[in-house]
Design a protein around this ligand. Structure first.
Ligand code: 7RM
Length: 569
């Protein structure tokens, strides 16, 4: 703004019901300044923690930036999480203020948020909540309880706040935020990020990985702010770079399955950053849906969150990218804070399914159990062997767990927890979490490779593979597949036994007989987290005939019932 770019649009907001708002950088600075003043009036000062529990509306970004202006670390909790999940995150961070909304719009209806906050703040086992105040954004207009002396409407607090605010200057190592991420076991880890290095790397990667031309591009990252991707590539990276971006509140199929493509046509989006799960869902719906919209504005496509199957990559490139656009498959984690491994558009000759090369400045390797770098063509564990600016600085309040989780497997070297292989050119292919790797008769098999083989069949939209205990082979491959709507044509049959046989043979042909799933179960949905990652742990429970374990972080809690019901048929 100080450099005269205040009139540039920062945010094109599209609400699920179709309401819109445009915020320029001038508008954004004013709103963030007022919010910072409002928070300070509620007693928030540098170092205090603020929990943000909001839908995908501009206030989510404004709230994060207002905290950053005060040097008050934020902890964003997904709007879809329960009161209990919210309570434990508030307690762990000892948050002083919660910023929430009456509700948000999802699948055509208002969905309340504030009642979960009220429940999370109730005293339990004689322990009072550390929260002193709740700021409440009015979004849906639904009936909302306001607790006298504790709760304040956002609009009231901002209306009376000054429109200018002097930011609190902090050291580079001052905490910027905590973000809770679920580990494989135990309670969620509060990943801690600081200011200088994190902001430098998010800005740098956002500019170069997406080839951003801030004056002319319209950028859209579909991630929710409750996920690290929303922190680094909605709030911080794009706004530091002066980008114009789209923020959309709702789901891709509301009110129709072409909503995303309609938004791209409407705002002439040039850069789209989304997750493989969304791409596979659109493949399942059929390519005639995006075909109805003008997507020619797109010039760079990005993918994040999981390995993208080569088949989904090809579809993304052909159907969404019109066979013109480069695709960047970006590997990174909540812990790394910013993109680490990715092709660069116009620089790297792409290989569908591979994240390929560490970005300039990043040192990644694939090593074996003895920490020996594997030769090209070999597989093992992904490690980061030199520090990087946006690396996590710890787990909030738990130094031992921090050392244990990331630094104990290979002393002094960061262990990412992912399996990977190097191809003959030394390019990196991600193979899934090491906890998910299967061992069948002594052969190590990757979930990703078998899933990609299944998805490469015309009849299959999505696949999830797990290893189930097996008396003879140690573990056996069990696959869950979702068929495409037109699968009967592709297969020439709709008989389930025949379909299973065809798909088993297909995997045998693609990878080898050892990888042939012992069982293939046709399902309508797969259990996924809110950021679209398949929860294989729950599928393992099903495959091993156990009661399904903790499913509180599922995006849709009815999915496991559906799967269990389908299997008992
Ligand atoms: C950004 C994010 C991190 C885990 C990571 C991987 C998987 C993410 C890719 C990927 C293959 C990719 N943060 N992952 N991106 N696997 N290719 N391009 O997702 O903390 O939520 O998850 O996600 O397993 O370790 S996260």
């Amino acid at each position: 703004v100080a450099e005269g770019r205040g009139d540039r649009v920062a945010i094109h907001f599209e609400g699920e019901p179709g309401d819109t708002r445009t915020l320029t950088y001038n508008d954004l600075l004013r709103e963030v300044s007022r919010a910072a003043n409002a928070l300070s009036a509620l007693g928030v000062s540098t170092g205090d923690r603020v929990v943000i529990y909001l839908p995908m509306i501009p206030e989510a970004v404004i709230a994060m930036l207002a905290c950053a202006r005060l040097g008050a670390p934020h902890s964003v909790v997904f709007g879809g999480f329960s009161a209990d999940a919210l309570r434990s995150r508030i307690a762990d961070a000892e948050a002083k203020v919660v910023i929430t909304a009456d509700g948000g719009f999802r699948r055509g209806a208002p969905s309340a948020l504030k009642p979960a906050v009220d429940e999370a703040l109730e005293e339990r086992d004689g322990v009072a909540s550390p929260v002193e105040h709740v700021l409440v954004v009015r979004r849906t207009g639904q009936e909302t309880t306001i607790v006298e002396g504790r709760d304040v409407w956002w609009h009231d607090a901002l209306d009376s706040a000054d429109v200018t605010h002097v930011p609190v200057w902090v050291e580079a190592e001052h905490p910027l935020f905590i973000l809770y991420t679920s580990g494989t076991t135990g309670k969620p880890k509060g990943i801690l990020h600081t200011t200088g290095g994190y902001l430098t790397q998010t800005a740098y990667t956002h500019k170069y990985v997406f080839d951003l031309k801030a004056e002319s591009d319209v950028y859209w990252c579909t991630a929710d702010i409750g996920w690290v991707t929303g922190h680094s590539y909605v709030t911080y990276g794009p706004l530091i770079n002066g980008a114009t971006q789209v923020i959309y509140e709702g789901t891709p199929d509301s009110p129709h399955q072409g909503r995303w493509w309609e938004i791209i046509e409407k705002y002439k989006v040039t850069i789209l950053y989304t997750a493989p799960t969304a791409i596979r869902t659109c493949m399942k719906w059929g390519e005639d849906i995006p075909a109805k919209f003008d997507l020619t504005s797109l010039r760079v496509l990005g993918s994040v969150g999981e390995p993208i199957n080569p088949e989904a990559w090809m579809w993304y490139r052909r159907v969404i990218g019109g066979d013109r656009t480069p695709i960047v498959d970006t590997w990174w984690q909540t812990e790394t804070g910013a993109i680490m491994i990715s092709p660069l558009p116009g620089v790297t000759a792409a290989k569908p399914g591979s994240a390929q090369v560490p970005l300039p400045g990043i040192v990644a390797d694939v090593v074996d159990d003895e920490f020996r770098s594997v030769p090209d063509g070999g597989g093992g564990y992904l490690v980061l062997s030199e520090p990087w600016p946006a690396m996590l600085r710890g787990i909030w309040g738990d130094l031992e767990r921090f050392k244990d989780t990331y630094w104990s497997r290979f002393p002094g070297i960061y262990f990412a927890g992912d399996g990977a292989k190097k191809d003959d050119d030394g390019d990196i292919w991600l193979l899934g979490r090491v906890d998910d790797v299967m061992n069948v008769s002594g052969h190590r098999l990757s979930t990703t490779e078998i899933e990609s083989a299944l998805v490469s069949h015309d009849a299959v939209a999505e696949a999830a593979v797990v290893g189930a205990t097996d008396e003879t082979t140690g573990q056996a491959v069990v696959a869950f597949v979702i068929l495409r709507s037109d699968h009967a044509e592709a297969l020439g049959t709709s008989d389930e036994d025949e379909i299973v046989q065809i798909l088993r043979n297909h995997v045998g042909k693609e990878i080898g007989p050892i990888a042939k799933p012992k069982r293939i179960l046709v399902v309508a949905e797969l259990p996924k987290t809110r950021s679209g990652k398949i929860m294989r742990r729950l599928l393992r429970d099903v495959a091993e005939n156990r009661a399904v374990g903790d499913a509180t972080t599922l995006a849709d809690s009815s999915v496991m019932d559906l799967i269990a019901k389908g299997l008992s048929k």
